[in-house]
Design a protein around this ligand. Structure first.
Ligand code: MG
Length: 395
């Protein structure tokens, strides 16, 4: 029988040393009467993980890279903090009895299996890893229907939509309008974009984020992924989801209703607000984010996104129309291409070329199982790496 537990909500933070992870832990520190981190998990930054564990005293700390486990164990064993390494340990940790909510803040495809483990265990999820919904939206939606898990979106756009939907009849929604900053290359000419290097793309105008998502913002594939994520999170037809460029990033997204009303959630660009809203299951905490000074913002502007300049944006509706394992291929090829771009091995436009070439070279599966998606992910990575090899030899 389940024991009665009345203490702070126990949180597993997957990806604790990344941008969302550290901000989540900041909120947990400031609201220790409400929250406690019982699981901390990082990929490779073992020293950061040790420092976090010393401060938060979780039940267990997990490192993705197994070669770093001895170091983690040596630092934390004297404190009675359990340690583990690897993908299986990560998935297992989400199902622990001392976890009430899982924050999925890992980067990329690696978020998929722990998210599925959490759903199977009926744990609530604060979803920050959008790739999970991109890769396996249909599968996850099916699993959620048979689980007690509730999903609270952390991505700022989806949090905004979620906030706008509170108290509303879902049938009254006519459109979701996802705002995009336009990224660092919004005003650049095409020729200049073609020659852009990693350092240019990492210079995001509004948001401070990890390297991978910052490159995805520059190609606008991040926005394509957010359209796909919204389709599954809010169970809405793809043709009712649009992206609009709003360079000030004050409106985080909007919902249009059938009577013509348009609701927007506004605020300064600060991820702590959507994180805190998700941790609190829509409870609004004090002192989360600075108030939004509209006079300082001065004006809010909107533009049509340029899909010719940013063809990755067009992949959203392509992936949703073609469905099956399409988005899984796009995500895998993109992860390989972004890593190559960050190493300066390929050019900026080669990211899109790597994705479209991989789509041609990976067999389409109409109704993929989890095993099919795991295989698709592996094959798409191989095909992407092969294509990048031909590119870097010709450079
Ligand atoms: Mg976002």
């Amino acid at each position: 029988m389940k024991q009665q537990y009345n203490g702070p909500k126990r949180i597993a933070v997957l990806g604790s040393t990344g941008s969302i992870g550290t901000q989540t832990l900041d909120i947990i520190s400031r609201h220790s009467d409400r929250y406690a981190a019982t699981v901390l998990a990082a990929g490779t930054r073992v020293d950061d993980l040790i420092a976090q564990a010393l401060r938060h005293r979780p039940a267990i700390a997990i490192i993705g890279d197994e070669t770093l486990l001895p170091r983690l164990r040596e630092a934390l064993a004297p404190l009675g903090i359990a340690t583990a390494a690897g993908a299986d340990a990560l998935a297992e940790a989400t199902t622990r009895d001392d976890v009430d909510m899982v924050v999925t803040a890992t980067v990329g495809y690696s978020g998929l299996l722990p998210t599925i483990a959490a759903i199977r265990a009926g744990k609530d999820i604060a979803l920050a890893n959008k790739e999970t919904m991109v890769v396996a939206g249909a599968l996850i939606t099916g699993m959620l229907a048979e689980s007690s898990t509730r999903i609270f979106p952390v991505d700022s756009e989806h949090s905004a939509i979620y906030q706008c939907l509170q108290g509303e009849d879902r049938d009254a929604v006519s459109r979701l309008i996802i705002t995009a900053s336009g990224g660092p290359f919004r005003t650049w000419e095409r020729e200049r974009i073609a020659a852009a290097r990693a350092a240019d793309a990492l210079n995001h105008p509004n948001w401070s984020m990890g390297a991978k998502i910052t490159i995805d913002s520059a190609t606008m594939l991040n926005k394509a992924f957010e359209i796909i994520e919204a389709r599954w999170l809010f169970d809405i037809a793809p043709e009712r989801i649009e992206a609009i460029v709003h360079p000030q990033s004050i409106i985080h997204s909007m919902v249009e209703f059938r009577d013509g009303a348009l609701k927007a959630q506004m605020g300064v660009p600060d991820m702590e607000l959507p994180i805190a809203y998700a941790l609190g299951e829509t409870t609004r905490l004090a002192d989360v984010s600075a108030p939004c000074d509209l006079l300082a913002a001065h004006s809010l502007t909107f533009e049509q996104p340029d899909v010719h300049k940013f063809p990755c944006l067009g992949l959203a509706h392509y992936a949703l129309d073609r469905a099956g394992n399409t988005a899984c291929v796009i995500n895998a090829a993109n992860e390989v291409a972004v890593a190559a771009f960050l190493r300066d091995t390929i050019g900026f436009n080669d990211i899109y070329r790597t994705i479209t070439t991989s789509l041609e070279r990976v067999e389409f599966i109409a109704d993929p199982s989890l095993d099919d998606l795991v295989a698709t992910n592996a094959l798409a990575r191989t095909r992407a790496a092969e294509f990048i090899n031909t590119l870097s030899h010709s450079r």
